[in-house]
Design a protein around this ligand. Structure first.
Ligand SMILES: [Zn+2]
Length: 199
């Protein structure tokens, strides 16, 4: 336990994902000893990300305009939507070069333990996008772990009455992991080998 400002900083850093108490303390002391120009640059980057980056009103991906670069791209296939958990997953799928459709970013996965239900995710927005019948295939590319599988099953059941093709990435992805940790080749292969999900 430290005094005032140092402890406040440690507490704030400790709230970041993947930063435990020890790391928070190490980062805090690193910043304390750092050049003030470096710290100023970090502060500016934080301000910019909050001021300039928004979320695409269509798909929920990060965007610097009303709609993201992918949703604005007229060459993308409008009949396929790939559902992912986070914007970083969009980047992972884009890197494979296997997908030419559009995305839908849920903003997480269903997790009873963390108290995250369908209403906390962009599920309603997804249903709205599917309503006019343009989309004929929904690829569920949520993470290959418990929460991701539960989310995929939930969505597959939910959209079943709409009669579109619902697919899930092929096996071969590291189970229990995160989509972003799969290498491009593995993820690309899982994409081209996707299969229909029967629920
Ligand atoms: Zn978008």
């Amino acid at each position: 336990m430290y005094e005032g400002a140092v402890q406040d900083l440690i507490d704030e850093l400790g709230r970041l994902p993947g930063v435990g108490p020890k790391s928070a303390q190490r980062i805090a002391f690193h910043l304390l000893a750092a050049d003030s120009t470096d710290v100023t640059r970090l502060i500016a980057a934080l301000h910019r990300v909050k001021d300039e980056v928004r979320f695409c009103r269509v798909c929920g991906n990060v965007a610097e305009a009303d709609e993201c670069r992918i949703c604005r791209d007229a060459r993308r296939d409008l009949t396929v939507i790939c559902v992912v958990e986070e914007p970083k997953d969009v980047v992972a799928v884009e890197r494979t070069g296997e997908f030419r459709g559009r995305y839908h970013v849920l903003g997480g996965a269903i997790s009873p333990i963390e108290g995250i239900g369908p209403d906390d995710l962009r599920v309603r927005e997804l249903l709205t996008r599917l309503r006019d019948g343009t989309v004929t295939e929904l690829i569920l590319a949520t993470d290959p772990n418990l929460e991701g599988e539960a989310t995929a099953t939930y969505l597959a059941r939910l959209v079943k009455p709409m009669g579109l093709r619902v697919t899930r990435l092929a096996s071969g992805l590291p189970v229990g992991g995160d989509l972003e940790y799969a290498d491009e080749v593995t993820l690309g292969r899982a994409f081209s080998g996707r299969r229909s999900l029967d629920v």
